[in-house]
Ligand binder design. Structure first.
Ligand SMILES: Cc1cc2nc3c(=O)[nH]c(=O)nc-3n(C[C@H](O)[C@H](O)[C@H](O)COP(=O)(O)OP(=O)(O)OC[C@H]3O[C@@H](n4cnc5c(N)ncnc54)[C@H](O)[C@@H]3O)c2cc1C
Length: 387
């Protein structure tokens, strides 16, 4: 086993951290206050991220990305994750890996413009009636000649307001399985502006101000067959093949924010004096710091190990579920304790802690809730025993 970072990984961490602190932190207060990211600011920061070689760094070299191995990419994600989500997500974008599943014509139309920063993608799976149980989706597509007609509603779709297109997962049939009927799903590219495709503002959200979600409506929306991503009825297979590491990305960005909160907690414990001494000298505070550091380390080790195994081809769903579950729960704990250590000041928006605490909440819900992660882990434990 080898736990040290390579020189290249250290450079990735340093470059990304410097970019985040110099270019993103100064705009956080504005985004928090207005809940909106002006397009001029997006374009300005996007250009800087491109110049620094950080834009779309998740992509392989042969399509113009940085070609990072999974562990190095997760280290980069951890550093980006320190900043306001809307800022790092939109301005240092990472197009979804699922775009790599497209054929060359689809790559020309969708992937490369994302890499050039001309547009953004968004993924539409969740519906008002189908969240964790995606196979229960009602939105559907039916074939009409060589075209497909899409109908239904998706909600909670992240950054669909600025995306130029969506990849919509639609039910295209049903099959009988030993556990009853199961929907067959197909993935479609749908361009903004296509008749019958409407994007409405979503909900106001306690977490990640400035990072919008939208409601997507499909009303007899006609799509040519060339817009199918992967094969008909194989939408989940495409998603499973290409979105594998998304849960690790969530884990890594959570680690970034947890590290930032930890840094504030440590400094404050060393500086703040009450009853004639630094509060860090009270065991009530120092033991909190010890637990925070230990939990953070455990979450990092789970995440880095899963990232390493991903590239070895030996990662399991449970490995990634454990990393996501632990990192999101540790972020919640560290953010909460960091506020406690700061007393009243922890709740004031002079510090990023109240924001990190609010932002932590969504992480246990999106990309599979904590209950679903526990389900994945326990299933992997019990299945070999026939339970
Ligand atoms: C801000 C935000 C952005 C999002 N962005 C996107 C996006 O870009 N694209 C997209 O497609 N989706 C997106 N989502 C959707 C997200 O993935 C879902 O919210 C999530 O999968 C949970 O679905 P749900 O909210 O419908 O909750 P439900 O599935 O209704 O769950 C409700 C509760 O029941 C529990 N539960 C459900 N099933 C089980 C079970 N089998 N065992 C135990 N407990 C269970 C859940 O854990 C949860 O506690 C986003 C969500 C949010 C909040």
């Amino acid at each position: 086993m080898h736990f040290a970072l390579t020189d290249e990984q250290r450079m990735i961490v340093d470059t990304t951290r410097a970019f985040v602190e110099t270019e993103l932190y100064p705009h956080e207060a504005l985004v928090e206050r207005h809940g909106h990211l002006p397009m001029e600011l997006i374009r300005e920061l996007q250009a800087k991220a491109m110049a620094a070689g950080l834009y779309a760094a998740n992509m392989p070299e042969d399509v113009g990305g940085a070609g990072l191995d999974t562990l190095s990419w997760l280290l980069y994600e951890r550093e980006l994750g320190r900043a306001n989500y809307a800022l790092h997500w939109t301005c240092v974008a990472r197009p979804s890996n699922i775009l790599l599943a497209g054929n060359e014509a689809q790559r020309q139309k969708y992937l490369y413009p994302c890499l050039r920063g001309e547009t953004w993608d968004c993924l539409a799976m969740t519906e008002p009636g189908a969240g964790s149980d995606l196979r229960g989706m009602q939105a559907s597509a039916r074939q009409d000649g060589s075209d497909w007609i899409l109908n239904g509603t998706k909600h909670f779709i992240s950054h669909a307001d600025i995306a130029g297109f969506t990849i919509a997962f639609m039910a295209t049939g049903e099959e009988d399985t030993p556990r009853g009927k199961k929907k067959k799903i197909t993935a479609f590219f749908v361009d903004k502006g296509t008749p019958g495709f409407n994007v409405r503002n979503g909900y106001r959200n306690v977490s990640h101000r400035g990072y919008s979600n939208a409601i997507l409506e499909f009303d007899d929306c006609r799509i040519p067959a060339e817009n199918i991503l992967g094969e008909v009825h194989k939408g989940f297979e495409v998603a499973n093949d290409w979105l594998g590491a998304t849960r690790l990305q969530v884990a890594a960005t959570c680690l970034g924010r947890a590290n930032r909160a930890m840094g504030h907690a440590l400094s404050y414990a060393a500086e703040r004096r009450q009853f004639g001494q630094q509060i860090g000298k009270f065991q009530g505070i120092s033991f909190k710091l010890a637990d925070m550091a230990m939990e953070l380390k455990a979450a990092e080790l789970l995440t880095w190990e899963a990232g390493w195994k991903f590239d070895q081809g030996s990662v399991t769903d449970a490995d990634m579920a454990m990393a996501k579950l632990k990192a999101t729960e540790v972020l919640a704990m560290v953010a909460d304790e960091a506020i406690q250590i700061h007393g009243g000041m922890g709740l004031m928006d002079e510090l990023p802690l109240e924001r990190i605490w609010r932002d932590a909440r969504v992480e246990r819900i999106w990309e599979g809730t904590s209950e679903i992660q526990r389900h994945i882990i326990s299933r992997e434990l019990l299945r070999p025993l026939g339970a």
